[in-house]
Design a protein around this ligand. Structure first.
Ligand SMILES: C[S@@+](CC[C@H](N)C(=O)[O-])C[C@H]1O[C@@H](n2cnc3c(N)ncnc32)[C@H](O)[C@@H]1O
Length: 333
């Protein structure tokens, strides 16, 4: 079960504490409706202070968990990658910079590009309370992405939950420009068929730009998942904070955030042999896994007790993991 790091959780409690929960609840309902009905790119999202506070309380924990999981999988596949510089595009209140510094403490210099001034203001207030000096000293730049992104060279470039808000005919150009002068690009979208379709199209663009896929795919071939029947996505379970439960009336103490992602690197890394595409079915003496493989498309594999060590490893494997787990020797391909 994922939970927020203490500094981010304390920052949210303290910065959001001055807003009335009833006002945030109203804003959350509006946000949910906006996300459900889709965006008119002419809409101002996160235009008011209370909408930004509601977004931070209601969505930051979930996007943090999804981004952290995608970055952790990326780091597992690129064990020698120790980024010093990071640019987060459409960064909102800064979720990805908290997640990235949690995965790569090597980060020293961080920039957030974001269009909404109120999101930048709240993001800065949160960031002041971070343990990481890179997050505390992050540069926040008000920038509206149109056809391309103008950004400084960076070891790591992230864009999470943003493609959905850009006009479809600009998405390819935006992704192409993210890849320029970047060592690693990581994109995250909601784990819906539409989110996956955007990630899949972005993956094609990144490959076309000369990057190699690091995660989740164990290959750079055409995605073998049949579009009309399935979509590549992952899930992370997270604790709902007291604040979250207050502003979004729900009975459960946890939620499952579904997400799709792609990470691609300018230099190739040794690949996963396979990626686990669903919750493995674990029964007495048997583990059954659906896998995306390096060369044979999507296959189902059953590991039983008689496989010895493989069975013991399979007992611990989760949806989204590489299979079999690699030892991570730090080598480039
Ligand atoms: C759903 S929020 C995601 C925020 C953050 N990346 C996260 O993962 O929590 C989408 C963000 O994209 C920003 N955004 C949308 N369109 C944009 C554009 N054309 N230029 C810059 N930022 C944009 C919004 O202002 C908002 O902060």
């Amino acid at each position: 079960m994922a939970s927020l790091p203490k500094d981010l959780s304390d920052a949210l409690d303290s910065v959001l504490g001055r807003f009335a929960p009833a006002d945030m609840t109203r804003s959350v309902q509006n946000l949910i409706q906006q996300y459900r009905e889709g965006f008119d790119p002419a809409d101002t999202v996160l235009g008011s202070e209370i909408d930004v506070a509601a977004y931070a309380g209601y969505r930051m924990p979930a996007t943090f968990a999804a981004i952290s999981t995608a970055l952790r999988h990326t780091a597992e596949m690129a064990p020698g990658f120790a980024p010093r510089t990071h640019v987060d595009v459409g960064g909102g209140t800064g979720t990805a910079i908290w997640a990235a510094t949690g995965i790569w403490p090597s980060l020293e210099s961080v920039a957030v590009l974001e269009q909404a001034p109120k999101a930048i203001a709240l993001g800065k207030r949160l960031a002041k309370r971070a343990e990481s000096p890179a997050v505390r000293d992050a540069r926040w730049e008000q920038a509206v992405i149109r056809g391309t992104v103008t950004k400084p060279p960076a070891d790591l470039v992230t864009m999470s939950y943003v493609l959905n808000e850009l006009p479809p005919d600009t998405q390819e150009g935006v992704v192409r420009s993210l890849a320029a002068q970047a060592r690693m690009v990581v994109l995250v979208e909601p784990g819906t068929p539409a989110g996956y379709a955007r990630i899949s199209a972005a993956r094609d663009v990144l490959i076309d730009q000369g990057l190699s896929v690091v995660a989740p795919c164990p290959h750079d071939h055409v995605c073998p998942i049949p579009r009309d029947r399935d979509w590549c996505h992952f899930s992370v379970r997270l604790n709902r904070s007291a604040l979250h439960r207050q502003i979004k009336v729900g009975t459960l103490g946890f939620e499952d955030e579904k997400f799709s992602y792609v990470a691609a690197s300018a230099q190739p890394w040794a690949r996963a042999a396979n990626r686990v595409l669903r919750h493995p079915l674990k029964r007495k003496g048997l583990v059954s896994m659906r896998l995306c493989t390096g060369g044979e498309g999507v296959t189902d594999e059953i590991v039983s007790k008689r496989h010895g060590d493989a069975y013991r490893m399979a007992r611990d494997v989760s949806w989204g993991d590489e299979w079999p787990p690699s030892t991570g020797d730090g080598s480039e391909e």
